[in-house]
Design a protein around this ligand. Structure first.
Ligand code: PEP
Length: 251
């Protein structure tokens, strides 16, 4: 039985005080949400204080990125997964399409970050998803398969226990266009079959596959009714505590 995860990606929004206020506002709204794991991903500068203020609650904290290196070193501007764990993160989002698109993050880099994150004891939410051109060209499945194979290369079956996949079609992120539940289900099934090929049936059955792309309180229910959708990675609608809580409490 896969426990769903509802994760909020706050991207590059909120100053420290706003991040703490939103996290504290969310706390009572989701205090009884035992049906899923609740995760929020504030900016780096707010992680420590948000994690401290949420200690003992059922909300876990994620970073939105990490270094490819697991060791300390001369890498100006980078943060190791171990440093994130040290300040209270339990998750990290890796390979978000905005990082792939605007920061040239390749599957090789995503793979290195994922390995470093797992080694540090973090759970990694690895993002994949096709662009509109790729979908219209009939390449969506092959693009996602290539991303998965590259991003998960060399990870063991035991490493895979710390991996969550987020399927985020690029054309649905921040656009208000959601994949239909059927389109999402089809791709989630494909993701599971791909992982069965690389890591075996048992891993494929256990891995949680989240959907991301304009998830809102109004559409979470139909998405979650699909058999291979195990939760959501939510951008815009996670910035407001009330709207994110309505998504968490979809049941
Ligand atoms: C995201 O940033 O991962 C995302 C899915 O954004 P939105 O929900 O705003 O489309």
């Amino acid at each position: 039985m896969r426990k769903p995860i509802i994760a909020g990606n706050w991207k590059m929004f909120k100053l420290l005080g706003e991040a703490v206020d939103t996290a504290l506002a969310l706390k009572p709204y989701v205090a009884n949400a035992n049906h899923c794991e609740v995760v929020i991903a504030p900016v780096f500068t707010a992680l420590k204080m948000v994690a401290d203020r949420l200690e003992g609650s059922n909300i876990q904290v994620a970073a939105q990125n990490c270094a490819i290196q697991g060791e300390f070193g001369a890498h100006t501007g980078e943060v190791t997964p171990g440093m994130l764990k040290d300040i209270g993160c339990s998750y990290v989002i890796i390979g978000h399409s905005e990082r792939r698109q605007f920061y040239c993050e390749s599957d090789v880099a995503v793979n290195k970050k994922t390995k470093a994150a797992v080694e540090a004891g973090l759970n990694a939410i690895v993002c994949v998803g096709e662009s509109l051109t790729e979908r219209e060209g009939g390449e969506a499945e092959s693009v996602v398969k290539t991303q998965l194979r590259g991003s998960l290369a060399g990870l063991t079956v035991s490493d895979m226990e710390r991996i969550i996949i987020a399927y985020e079609p690029v054309w649905a992120i921040g656009t208000g266009k959601t994949a239909t539940p059927e389109q999402a289900q089809e791709m989630h099934g494909h993701i599971r079959r791909t992982i069965a090929g690389t890591h075996g049936e048992a891993t494929a059955e256990n891995v949680r596959v989240l959907y991301g792309g304009s998830v809102k309180p109004e559409n979470i229910g139909t998405l979650m009714a699909q058999p291979d959708i195990d939760g959501a990675l939510v951008g815009g609608a996670s910035l407001d505590a009330d709207s994110f809580a309505r998504i968490v409490n979809y049941k």
